[in-house]
Design a binder for this molecule. Structure first.
Ligand SMILES: Cc1cc2nc3c(=O)[nH]c(=O)nc-3n(C[C@H](O)[C@H](O)[C@H](O)COP(=O)(O)OP(=O)(O)OC[C@H]3O[C@@H](n4cnc5c(N)ncnc54)[C@H](O)[C@@H]3O)c2cc1C
Length: 598
């Protein structure tokens, strides 16, 4: 097994009562099962699934805060920052998070390969469409030293072109009968990587012929590729409504006569994380907007909207920059850029001398007003740390955690609000980062991104080429690099309701051991790359599987989000779920709203 086996959190002394974390405590360097790592969701699941309320004897800590924030993702961290800005800097704030690291989905993955540090993102990856950022977001970015314009030069627009790294499709033996790479992406998904050579080497006709499908399948694939709106036989003035209200899979089956399971599989996995669900649940218009099979080489992103605003550790740099602004001595550097290579001192996070404290490994299980929520001046927050129950007191609380969790935690919520919050959901998602010793095999085979419809990770690509703050993206073929692998888990049954698919996929995701993930990744890379160019045991140094059983925000529909996020006494609600929108800018905007409501 490669050096990916989960390393247990380094003897952390109990952060709940002592303000010391082991100085060696440094979660970004952990590999193996990360994201929502094993143990992080145990208590939340006991509460939500089994209704557990007896947590044993509770230690009432002699700690009182002006604000307690539940959830240390970008939204929770922003809420703490905004609160500090609005009030006296000495106000006491406590941020509680169930993970062993702060940042929530914005997770930093470090791989040390032959002594060289390589960074990757374990979740929230890029500042999307920064030109649409609100004043609040721009203000925060300015305060914490994030300069959006820096990416114009930090992002190597030419990397993929210079190295002739293209978008291809890898068909695996298991699903398609043979291992084969065809130089054509068959969909628009890879187009968001600026500079990648989207156009395969092959024409649609050549590519369809080479696809390992039966004769019927090849014909059908070509029909889809040459399809598009012009194949839909409805009057021009009805087209808009037609593509909005008719399903993409019905269009494939009925309009284009597709029934080949291989082609349908390619179609289902062709939009991936551009949406929270498979294309089997999309309208024709929805499928087009995510660049699904048949809607190729049309721009999802235009020249004015480049997808380049990506720190080497993704949006983890946003989280780290906010933490750096609030907690003295946690890192060296001021501007975001200067923090890229900075090793954060986690033992500074929860010091009693700090105005803002971040307490990790702490799952909040109960939040209750001291009296009638209408006029109560205090809120009690119970959390579990290291298996023990603790209580702290705050004058105000921002719930910046997954909104679907709130009804299980906040006592006495009004019925309507409780019901609305219960409707909120999140789709599962998994980003795996792989530390590679070199990328010769990718260069030789001209693979920059591989759509992989037969594999667990339905797409993989060489990480975004960004050099910033002293961090250098891989330069020569012999340099280590990080491979990003994307897994959008769906249910087994095509077309099954989204929530059922999420649930099924979540259980499967959480029940798998690292060994099985590693086997899958091994099979994927060995099947795709020629053995004379790639040796898994030699070339792969480390694997980090970031499982997000609760990933993208999915609204409960109707007014449920607005009803759910109403202030309740001294408690307000943030997190990007409360917009909803799976976006870092949204997470920040929601934090600002929640603090204003307080
Ligand atoms: C794989 C992936 C990729 C993404 N890529 C992008 C991208 O490229 N760009 C973009 O803008 N957005 C992206 N997103 C969306 C992402 O959700 C937001 O960018 C942002 O990081 C969300 O921040 P948040 O604080 O609202 O939520 P979260 O990051 O989810 O933070 C909430 C925190 O609360 C914690 N929590 C939950 N319950 C409890 C409890 N009971 N007690 C204590 N803590 C609790 C959670 O564990 C979590 O740490 C991505 C999301 C995922 C999953």
């Amino acid at each position: 097994m490669v050096a990916g086996a989960s390393i247990l959190p380094f003897g952390c002394s109990n952060p709940a009562v002592l303000d010391t974390l082991d100085p060696e405590y440094y979660p970004p360097s952990l590999t193996g099962l990360r994201g929502s790592h094993p143990g992080s969701n145990t208590h939340a699941h006991s509460r939500a699934w089994d209704g557990k309320s007896d947590w044993g004897p509770t230690t009432e800590l002699k700690e009182e805060y002006d604000l307690i924030v539940v959830g240390g993702g970008i939204s929770g961290l922003s809420a703490a920052y905004f609160y500090q800005q609005k009030h006296d800097k000495d106000k006491k704030i406590l941020i509680l998070d169930n993970h062993d690291d702060f940042g929530g989905h914005a997770k930093r993955n470090e791989h040390t390969i032959d002594g060289q540090l390589r960074l990757g993102h374990g979740g929230s990856q890029t500042i999307v469409e920064p030109q649409y950022a609100s004043e609040v977001v721009n203000g925060l970015f300015k305060d914490v030293g994030i300069d959006i314009d820096r990416f114009k030069t930090a992002y190597d627009h030419d990397f993929f072109k210079r190295n002739k790294l293209r978008a291809v499709t890898y068909f695996n033996k298991n699903e398609f009968g043979e291992d084969k790479v065809v130089h054509h992406p068959f969909c628009n998904y890879p187009n968001y990587i600026q500079g990648i050579i989207m156009k395969g080497k092959l024409s649609n006709e050549e590519a369809a012929q080479l696809a390992p499908l039966g004769e019927n399948g090849k014909e059908q694939l070509l029909r889809v590729l040459n399809g598009g709106y012009h194949k839909i036989d409805v009057p021009e003035d009805e087209l808009r409504e037609y593509v909005r209200s008719n399903s993409y899979f019905d269009y494939l089956k009925n309009t284009l006569g597709v029934d080949d399971p291989g082609v349908l599989r390619m179609a289902r996995y062709s939009g991936l994380d551009w949406s929270s669900r498979g294309t089997d649940l999309m309208s024709i218009g929805g499928a087009k907007s995510v660049g699904a099979l048949g809607f190729v080489h049309k721009d999802v992103y235009d020249e004015d909207n480049p997808y380049i605003h990506h720190f080497p550790d993704g949006n983890a740099t946003i989280a780290r920059s906010i933490v750096n602004k609030m907690i003295p001595n946690v890192a060296e550097g001021n501007k975001a850029e200067e923090l890229v290579l900075s090793k954060f001192k986690y033992d500074e996070l929860d010091k009693s001398s700090n105005a803002v404290r971040i307490r990790l490994n702490s799952t909040v299980v109960n939040v209750k007003h001291g009296g009638d929520p209408k006029d109560s001046s205090e809120v009690f927050v119970n959390y579990i740390n290291d298996g023990k129950s603790y209580q702290v007191k705050g004058k105000n609380v921002v719930m910046a955690c997954y909104n679907m969790m709130i009804p299980h935690i906040v006592s006495d919520l009004p019925e309507e609000q409780y019901a609305a919050l219960r409707l909120q959901n999140k789709s599962p998602l998994q980003y795996t980062t792989v530390g590679l010793r070199n990328w010769k095999a990718f260069k030789e085979t001209e693979i920059g991104m591989a759509m992989s419809p037969g594999n667990m990770h339905q797409a993989l690509f060489m990480d975004f080429p960004v050099s910033i703050g002293g961090y250098e993206y891989t330069k020569s073929l012999d340099d280590p690099c990080v491979l990003q692998m994307i897994h959008c888990p769906y249910g087994e049954t095509i077309g099954a309701p989204a929530l059922d698919q999420f649930k099924e996929a979540r259980y499967k995701m959480l029940s798998m051991q690292f060994k099985s993930y590693e086997e899958e990744i091994r099979g994927h890379l060995i099947g795709m790359l020629p053995s004379e160019l790639f040796d898994f045991d030699k070339d792969v140094e480390s694997i980090t599987v970031n499982r997000w059983a609760h990933g993208y925000s999915v609204s409960g529909g109707g007014d449920s989000v607005k009803v759910g996020r109403q202030p309740f006494g001294r408690i307000t609600i943030a997190n990007c779920d409360s917009a909803p929108g799976a976006d870092a800018k949204t997470a920040i905007n929601m934090a600002s709203r929640a603090v204003n409501e307080l």
